[in-house]
Design a protein around this ligand. Structure first.
Ligand code: GAR
Length: 224
């Protein structure tokens, strides 16, 4: 699907600290384009809700405890996004696996950031797994969301070399630093109508992204 709905707003779904949300809020303030109209969290204590309210963005705690099934919760979430006219759904540390029907409803309009170089290390504990596997490279991937977990077409990766002295927390911090650069960039591309997903293939500026674009520590090679 292309991105003709770029008139609609952006919703960010987040479960935790919300540093990626903050990067998106800051980018929106700079470019005036990536406006965030709604933040939703499944966790009432999420710092992301505080960040949203501080920025004057409507922030909703949608507690899974109020729905009897996972599918019903996901449906309510999707209905809320649709009611608010949300064009693009941005998952930023939203630690739930969404129902396949909901993912299909937002096909080509839902992005995720995952802290590994996909397809390596899908799922949880990615930094630990990268260290334990002795990986030389690690990082984070922005991708379109499809029903299969962390398997959607990759758009953009931030890559760093794992150093012998890297600790779990240090590595996680270095990866997150890069996420704060690549995620706003991908969101902006989508809102500009440059980024789309058709038949399971991501496209940037009309060209298929056969492999994700790569940002490294010096952040040079990305068109912007
Ligand atoms: C980010 O590192 C993001 O890649 C990861 O959660 C963190 C959220 O940080 N997402 C996942 O693990 C999703 N599978 P933040 O709340 O500070 O933005």
């Amino acid at each position: 699907m292309s991105a003709p709905e770029a008139k609609g707003g952006v919703a960010v779904l987040a479960s935790g600290e919300g540093t990626n949300l903050q990067a998106l809020i800051d980018a929106a303030a700079r470019d005036g384009l990536s406006r965030i109209e709604l933040v939703v969290s499944d966790r009432g204590e999420a710092q992301a809700l505080v960040r949203a309210r501080t920025a004057g963005i409507p922030a909703i705690h949608l507690s899974p405890a109020n729905w009897s099934t996972r599918a019903a919760y996901d449906q309510a979430l999707a209905d809320l996004l649709a009611e608010r006219g949300i064009a693009l759904v941005v998952l930023a540390g939203f630690m739930r696996i969404l129902d396949a029907d909901v993912v299909r409803r937002f096909a080509g309009r839902m992005l995720n950031i995952h802290p590994s170089l996909l397809p390596r290390h899908r799922g949880l504990r990615t930094h630990r797994r990268a260290l334990e596997a002795g990986d030389r490279l690690h990082g984070s991937t922005v991708h379109f969301v499809v029903p299969e977990l962390d398997a959607g077409p990759a758009i953009l990766q931030y890559r760093i070399a794992i150093q012998p002295w890297d600790t779990l927390t240090g590595l996680a911090e270095r990866v997150r630093h890069g996420e704060h650069f690549i995620y706003p960039l991908a969101v902006r591309w989508w809102l500009q109508g440059r980024l789309s997903c058709t038949d399971g293939q991501a496209h940037l500026d009309g060209k298929p992204l056969v492999a994700p674009l790569v940002a490294t520590r010096d952040m040079a090679p990305i068109p912007g």
